[in-house]
Design a protein around this ligand. Structure first.
Ligand code: ATP
Length: 234
């Protein structure tokens, strides 16, 4: 079964500073939605609002049939919201296996295993199961962070700049993995990105953000429009 995620006119404040202004994003089930924008426009804040790390001050976030209100992050994870944070946040002193097993926390006992398909998507994780997370390259750590989110059996997966600082061959692997999750697992995917070509290749729909607001939404092919690109130039 596929699950939609709707972000409906949300505001988010850090003290007196307003980081998000009426942000609305529809993530239809079984599609890849990408949010693009320059540094500091509010992309990570949007994802942190969805995961419950930061509270919204107006609007609503609807996951499937449920409005998330003030649910804490662990309850959202249990409902099937997977999160791959910016900078990956893997545990450097734990092994790759132990990092993956941290995804068991919200799972019933019978589901506490690492699905084989994760190793098919990212074979390097299997060969490095006993290595410490901190010994992996940045790209391998990103694969581990995605693998760890998949262990939680997400229905909706949100990723914060999964290509940041990653070499091109691993970016391709990550792109293929996200397309597999959409096409074969029916997963709903929302990613924020600055890498336009990656989004053009894998996203179905795009949103462009600037200074806490959505300035454009449409199909990924809109990335070829000059006025859309203008919002994204540094
Ligand atoms: N914890 C915080 N406290 C105060 N202000 C914050 C905090 N986190 C972010 N901000 C501010 O909110 C705005 C949006 O930041 P956010 O990190 O969401 O942007 P972003 O588009 O994800 O940028 P980046 O690509 O650099 O991560 C910025 O002006 C930022 O300085």
């Amino acid at each position: 079964m596929t699950t939609a995620l709707s972000i409906d006119a949300i505001d988010l404040h850090y003290g007196a500073a307003q980081a998000l202004k009426g942000v609305t994003i529809e993530c239809p089930p079984g599609r890849i939605t990408a949010v693009l924008g320059r540094n500091g426009v509010g992309k990570s804040s949007t994802l942190r609002a969805i995961t419950g790390i930061n509270q919204i001050s107006a609007g609503a976030i609807v996951f499937g049939e449920a409005t998330l209100k003030k649910l804490p992050p662990y309850r959202r994870a249990r409902m099937g919201l997977g999160y791959v944070p910016q900078g990956r946040e893997i545990f450097p002193l734990l092994t790759v296996r132990e990092n993956l097993e941290t995804g068991y926390a919200g799972l019933p006992r019978a589901e506490r295993n690492i699905p084989d398909y994760i190793f098919e998507l990212f074979p390097v994780l299997k060969t490095m199961l006993s290595r410490r997370g901190g010994d992996l390259s940045g790209g391998q750590q990103q694969q581990l962070a995605i693998g760890r989110a998949l262990v939680t059996r997400p229905k909706v997966l949100v990723l914060d700049e999964p290509t940041e600082g990653i070499q091109p061959s691993i970016i391709k692997d990550i792109g293929r993995a996200l397309q597999f999750l959409r096409d074969e697992k029916g997963m709903t995917i929302l990613l924020v990105e600055q890498y336009l070509d990656f989004c053009r290749q894998i996203a179905d729909d795009i949103y462009v953000m600037d200074r806490g607001e959505i300035r454009h939404s449409g199909p990924a092919s809109d990335l070829d429009q000059p006025d859309v690109r203008r919002h994204l130039m540094v």
